[in-house]
Design a protein around this ligand. Structure first.
Ligand SMILES: [Ca+2]
Length: 329
């Protein structure tokens, strides 16, 4: 099997931290990708609709709110052929069939698999190539979707990649008709309503430590701890070309004790509260921490983040990922 040039070219255009055939850096588990026909879930070409999300742990995470999420891969095949079809997912200790967790569709047809959820090793941390069955590929673009069927937290899993083996076609990412726009609003550029304590204001803008634009907000811990008559808030506005869904991420550095922390976000006065557990390891280990799916309106949208508790994070930026066009006001 020849390693397709298209694959190399497309991967190199992305900003992923993953070397396609190398080692994943900065996760709890080091994973070596050996197969040239392995398509990684963290690639920009994977479309994730609903509450499943691309995690900073280099997988698509399906938490207890992920039911009805749809994960779409568009794969180009150089010819009509067959292949052995696998995906790489995390172990869970509760026995289940894959068909209880995910509905798979290939080019619009339901794909039946007898495969089981792997249960060797450590829950959520051991990843396995799971054989799903033989697949028919058409010449050109093949659309493969995974629809999450359950919110059951005992069997939901995380997906790292799909893999094709024993095929005589050259496979590569296909251009999807879906365009993802990523918009970053630097935390240090928000309107910062601070907490004053003992002659200091929290949070405060700090410099450096390889943060985006070399500035970030520190002292969020203190802003949460010292708040008395009011809470610290961060406010910013953006413009969307039409109404629709978007995914909100915090670009942040999180220290160990604060990984369960979250802060209320209001978008156009609608409140969102995330139950997300944060990744990363240290105040300057900047990661995109998924917050949740939000609703945007056509035109102006106002975000207000309230710092309501003393947790140790440094806040670098807010990332909004959407098919909408988002711009500064
Ligand atoms: Ca920043």
């Amino acid at each position: 099997m020849k390693y397709g040039e298209n694959i190399i070219e497309i991967i190199s255009k992305t900003n992923n931290v993953i070397d396609f055939k190398g080692i994943v850096i900065g996760t709890n588990v080091e994973i070596e990708y050996k197969d040239p026909n392995e398509f990684l879930t963290t690639n920009d070409y994977v479309l994730v609709e609903g509450n499943a999300y691309k995690s900073s742990e280099n997988c698509i995470a399906m938490n207890e709110n992920a039911k009805d999420s749809v994960i779409t891969f568009s794969i180009y095949s150089s010819k009509e052929t067959k292949a052995d079809f696998y995906f790489n997912i995390a172990s869970r200790s509760t026995p289940a069939l894959i068909s209880d967790i995910l509905e798979i569709n290939v080019n619009g047809n339901k794909y039946n698999t007898e495969a089981s959820l792997p249960n060797v090793g450590q829950d959520f941390f051991t990843y396995n190539d799971v054989y799903l069955g033989e697949i028919n590929l058409v010449k050109g673009v093949n659309e493969i979707t995974f629809t999450v069927l359950t919110n059951d937290p005992s069997i939901n899993t995380n997906m790292r990649s799909i893999i094709f083996k024993n095929t005589d076609a050259e496979l590569s990412w296909a251009e999807s008709s879906v365009v993802f726009n990523k918009f970053i609003y630097e935390a240090e550029n928000t309107i910062i309503n601070t907490i004053e304590y003992d002659g200091h204001n929290y949070p405060a803008i700090s410099d450096g430590n390889s943060s985006s634009e070399e500035k970030y907000l520190g002292g969020i811990n203190d802003a949460g701890l010292f708040a008395t008559t009011h809470k610290a808030t961060l406010t910013f506005k953006i413009k969307a070309n039409k109404s629709g869904k978007a995914k909100l991420y915090f670009g942040a550095g999180v220290s160990g004790s604060a990984k369960g922390s979250s802060y209320p976000v209001k978008v156009n006065n609608q409140e969102y509260i995330s139950t997300q557990s944060w990744a990363g390891d240290g105040w300057y280990d900047w990661k995109n921490q998924y917050y949740g799916q939000i609703q945007l309106l056509e035109g102006e949208n106002t975000f207000v983040i309230t710092i309501d508790k003393g947790e140790c994070i440094n806040l670098d930026y807010f990332l909004i990922e959407s098919t909408l066009e988002i711009t500064n006001i």
